[in-house]
Design a protein around this ligand. Structure first.
Ligand code: SF4
Length: 241
């Protein structure tokens, strides 16, 4: 059973859903003990992955000057190494859930560059940044080369929301955010192959997380999508948990 009946949703409805999911998550994390603060930017690298839907939302929020700056900077940026995902989150989740052969692994290298949307350690697209940026939280201050410290249940929640957001954009492109921005601004260097966003195959959960996870999803489905005067639950049809 499809989790979200995405073919029946138009682009504006999907975008309104995306905004509601972002707002819900931003509220949810307010109660968590995180050390991230204004000006933290170690995680703002050239290796962020996102869906087309998210990148279109981000690009539509950029002012004309920022778009021009990006277009001018792209020849240099696009010649540098960066992580290009070979698989989507739902592809990997599907292999885990259905034991479809080996679980695909990401072997692509990560680049050392900083995100081109960063200026003086602040994100110029903060309100419209993709979920991967919102989800990069740490309980302790990060140092260069260190990894964000996240609790297990937060990882589960993050994975579920990556999956739902991918599902909202089913059939469209998934990839490195910079490559997708370059495509959106017609500044890409040439044709590029991107993975395609897949439908949600189900959630990857530990048995002991099930009750808490159900509560989280229930709260998500009660969120009102203001622009549509509907709840997420009206738009999404939940699989049995
Ligand atoms: S989009 Fe913003 S938050 Fe995300 S990596 Fe770039 S500068 Fe950082």
């Amino acid at each position: 059973m499809a989790f979200v009946d995405t073919p029946s949703m138009n682009h504006e409805q999907k975008r309104a859903c995306l905004e509601t999911i972002y707002d819900f998550y931003d509220e949810f994390i307010k109660g968590l003990p995180v050390a991230c603060s204004r000006g933290c930017s170690i995680c703002c690298t050239v290796n962020v992955a996102a869906t087309s839907l998210e990148v279109e939302y981000l690009v539509d929020g950029l002012d004309e000057q920022m778009k021009r700056e990006l277009i001018n900077a792209f020849p240099g940026i696009l010649s540098q190494p960066r992580f290009k995902p070979a698989h989507t989150t739902n592809e990997i989740a599907s292999a885990c859930l259905h034991m479809e052969g080996d679980v695909p692994e990401e072997t692509g290298l990560h680049g050392k560059g900083r995100c081109p949307l960063l200026k003086q350690d602040l994100c110029t697209a903060y309100d419209r940044r993709p979920f991967a940026c919102r989800a990069m939280l740490s309980r302790t201050k990060c140092a260069p080369g260190s990894q964000a410290q996240m609790g297990g249940f937060l990882l589960t929640i993050n994975l579920a929301l990556y999956q739902i957001i991918e599902h909202l954009d089913e059939g469209r492109l998934y990839g490195n955010m910079i490559d997708l921005i370059a495509q959106g601004l017609n500044a890409a260097r040439g044709p590029e192959r991107f993975p395609v966003s897949q439908p949600l195959p189900g959630f990857v959960l530990l048995p002991e997380e099930k009750g808490r996870f159900k509560g989280f999803i229930r709260r998500l489905t009660l969120q009102k999508v203001e622009a549509l005067d509907m709840t997420i639950g009206d738009l999404l049809s939940l699989p049995a948990l």
